[in-house]
Design a protein around this ligand. Structure first.
Ligand SMILES: [Zn+2]
Length: 128
């Protein structure tokens, strides 16, 4: 699992969940890489996901991406995210049961309204 020096709290947890999914996905689909690391394109995807989380206007109140009214991923990355979720989502329960269950619970929350002002992790980070 990859860690993030930018994120904290819920956003960090979400990043760790995504990184665990990317690992499962990459391991099964991309073999030409050193052991226990991601291939270049999955690594790039994870870095992109981290930036998106950092800039998410909901900050710590972030809904799951499925429920979110803001579509912040560019199309290519969105497509890759979908592929990763479809493959790794159901495979998360065994290796990472707590992450999988927390994510499922979050999915049941209703879609949020407009994001609050200046709540993104990036904004708060720049202030301190
Ligand atoms: Zn890969």
């Amino acid at each position: 699992m990859t860690d993030s020096s930018l994120l904290s709290g819920k956003l960090l947890f979400e990043f760790q969940t995504i990184s665990a999914m990317v690992e499962i996905y990459c391991k099964a689909h991309h073999c030409n890489k050193p052991q226990n690391s991601l291939c270049e394109s999955c690594d790039e995807f994870l870095a992109y996901a981290e930036t998106r989380l950092d800039r998410c206007p909901y900050g710590q109140e972030k809904p799951t991406c499925n429920k979110c009214p803001v579509h912040c991923y560019k199309p290519k990355m969105k497509q890759k995210a979908r592929e990763i979720m479809i493959y790794a989502g159901p495979r998360m329960l065994l290796p990472h049961p707590i992450m999988a269950i927390k994510h499922l619970l979050a999915e049941r929350k209703p879609a949020p309204g407009k994001p609050p002002k200046e709540a993104s992790n990036r904004h708060l980070r720049k202030q301190s």
